[in-house]
Structure formats: structure tokens, C-alpha cells
Design a protein around this ligand. Sequence first.
Ligand SMILES: Nc1nc2c(ncn2[C@@H]2O[C@H](COP(=O)(O)OP(=O)(O)OP(=O)(O)O)[C@@H](O)[C@H]2O)c(=O)[nH]1
Ligand SMILES: [Mg+2]
Length: 386
Amino acid sequence: MSAPEVENFAASILARDRRAIARAATLLENGHSGAWLQELEGHTGRARIVGLTGPPGAGKSTFNDQLVREIRHRGLSVAVIAVDPSSHQSGGAVLGDRIRMARHSGDEGVFIRSMATRGAMGGLAPTSQRLLTLFDAAGFDVILLETVGVGQDEIEVARHAHCVVLLLVPGQGDEVQALKSGIMEIADVYVINKADHVAAEKLFQEISAEVEGRAPVLKTVALHGQGVPEVWEHVEKFFALQSQWRPKLSGFQTHFAIDHLGIAVESIEAALGFYKDSLGMEVAQRETVEHERVHTAMLPAGESRLELLEATDAESTIAKFVAKRGAGLHHIALRVPDLAAAAEKLKRHGARLLNEPRRGAGGHRYIFIHPASTGGVLLELIEEQF
Ligand SMILES: Nc1nc2c(ncn2[C@@H]2O[C@H](COP(=O)(O)OP(=O)(O)OP(=O)(O)O)[C@@H](O)[C@H]2O)c(=O)[nH]1
Ligand SMILES: [Mg+2]
């Protein structure tokens, strides 16, 4: 693909063009990728990835089909990646998935893809990771990653998914197998499927005793959809709890980001001898802020930046800082979504604000907070710009 074709292809995927998504999925399954995939990587982190695993014949495909229906009822879009390791010969898996696909065909909010992996290291990790990138970038709210619990793959699933649902069925001695494989420790929601089976209650009791309240244990009859909405509710509850401490799930992302680190230097030219010439960083922007009496140079570093600060004259706070403490880290700047609200809240809590919100380098609004309030470092808050 030429550069413009790559651009076009990536743009079509980001615009949720189904034909482009299908073509990309096929390319990935056949082991191809390209610059377009890298392009997509910058647009991920929003989808909720739910792993679904369990022993052969537990009803995963049946359950998943019902779950897709439930997710659609709630107005969310969903992509399914069904991984079928060929060491497990279920026969009708791919055929069954075609039938499922047909059931949801015409529904723009559903995309189902079956993938056979060959051999033990048949490539679940790289291919499914890339498909996750694809579906995430294509804007699906939920991605269901389904695999048969026959060994390493289920642990892989746990590594890729944010939330793992483990399906167990009565009458197979699964619980013993599950315990051995280690999946019992990594599941976030336990489901006893085929609850219409006579031995279901006994298994439910055993698993509940084993899990000891660490995670919910639920019963379903996937065949009739019974109990499936409750499972989804627990998955949502799990995500709600996770969002409090897991910024990995963007969409729930923390509102704070390090905008830049400010370094007071004697001379920007001299400092650039190190940062630019020796280290190889680029200067994105140079500016003089008259009212702060400072020259600045901004050097991008990932999503954040280094800001070199040089005094314009002896009355500058930077000049005073350097005279008193020597050149060095001068301040840390955090981005916040609503500066006025942050300033109000800080005042209420008695923090020492050094100024009212005002405009600085680059035109953004900012405040400074005295080191006495922040643990010893001068802190700048900058308003997020959209
Ligand atoms: N009685 C009963 N049968 C069920 C239930 N859920 C699924 N089944 C049946 O169990 C069989 C296996 O279901 P699948 O959904 O194909 O199971 P799977 O886990 O995807 O199977 P593999 O992909 O082959 O590992 C099918 O005949 C289903 O109709 C249930 O709740 N109760
Ligand atoms: Mg299946």
C-alpha cells in the first residue's frame, strides 16, 4: 500500500466502514499487518475487553450469542473474536459461528470473527492482540474474546481482557481441571452454565466455597438466555469498580496528565547543547513570556514535555530561583479539565495559590501552587484545551 492508501484505509476503519474492518481482520488473520495498524494503535484504549473461557462444550458460543444480544439491548456495539485452538476439535465451531454471524447480520453494531489457531503456540497472542487493536480503534464499545479453556490460551485471554468470565458446567469434573489450570485465580466472574442440569446446584456450591466471595458466582441456562443479563450486570459492576484504580481503561481515564516539567537553567542555549545536540530532543516551540520575565523552550517527550526556563532579567522569579537554589527542576505542570473548578476546590481546602487563573505561554490558562502545599515542589495547573 502506498502512503495515501494507508491513510485512506486507516481512515475508513476509524470511520467504522464495515468492509474496511472486514478486510483488515482478514489481513491480520493471515499474518499481514502494516503501517495502517500502527496508525490505528493511536486510537485505542476505549473498548472494554471481556474474555470468555471455559472447557469444550461448556456453552461458550451459546452464551456469547445471548450476551451479544444483551449488550445490544443496552445500546452498546460489540465485536466478538472467537478463538478456536485446533488442538481442540469441536468440529462445528466455525460453522456454528457462521450461523451466529447470520443471526446478527444486518446489525451494524455487531461484528463477529472466528479465528483458528494452529498448534499450541498457534499465534493467539499476536493475532488476537492485533484484532483487539482493530476493533478497539473501529470504535466498538465492547469486545468479547472467546476461547476454549484447554490450556495456555485461557491464561492468554486473561492477559488481553480487562474482565474474565469463566464458564463451568456440571457433570464434567471441570472444577478440578479449572483449579489445576490456574484459571480459577484469574476469573472475575464465575458462571455455572447449564443450570437446568441436575448437578448444577452442587457445582454452584462447590465453586462458591472455592471463590469465597472474591468474585460473583452466577447460574445461567445459555440455551434460553436465562441469567445472562445478570452476568452482564456483574461485568459492568466490575468495570465500574476497576475504573477507580485502573487508568489503563481509558474512557475511564484519569483527568490528570503531566503537561510538562519546568527546568530553570542559566542559559537555554547552553542547556540545548545537552538536550538537543547530545540527547537528540527537538525544540517544538520557543517563546518569551513578558509578565513572567522568562524565555522558554519546549521539548516534546512522549505525551508530555520538558520546558527550559531562562530569566530575561535579574528581577525574574527564575533568576531568583537560580540564585537561591541553583539551576534545576523548577516546577511540575499538571493538566486538569476545569481549572476554575480546581482552583475553587483548592482554595476551599486551604492550598496556597500563587495567582488567579491567567494566560501564559501557548495561550493556555494556568495557576501556580506554593510548594508548602504540594510536598515541596512548585506545582502548575494548566487547563486542558480541546
Ligand atoms: N441443557 C443445556 N444445554 C446447553 C446450554 N448452553 C449450551 N448448551 C448446549 O451445549 C452444547 C455446546 O454448546 P456450545 O455453545 O457450542 O459450547 P462451546 O463451549 O462453545 O463449545 P466449543 O466451542 O465446542 O468448546 C450445545 O449443544 C448447546 O445447545 C444450557 O444452558 N443448557
Ligand atoms: Mg464454541
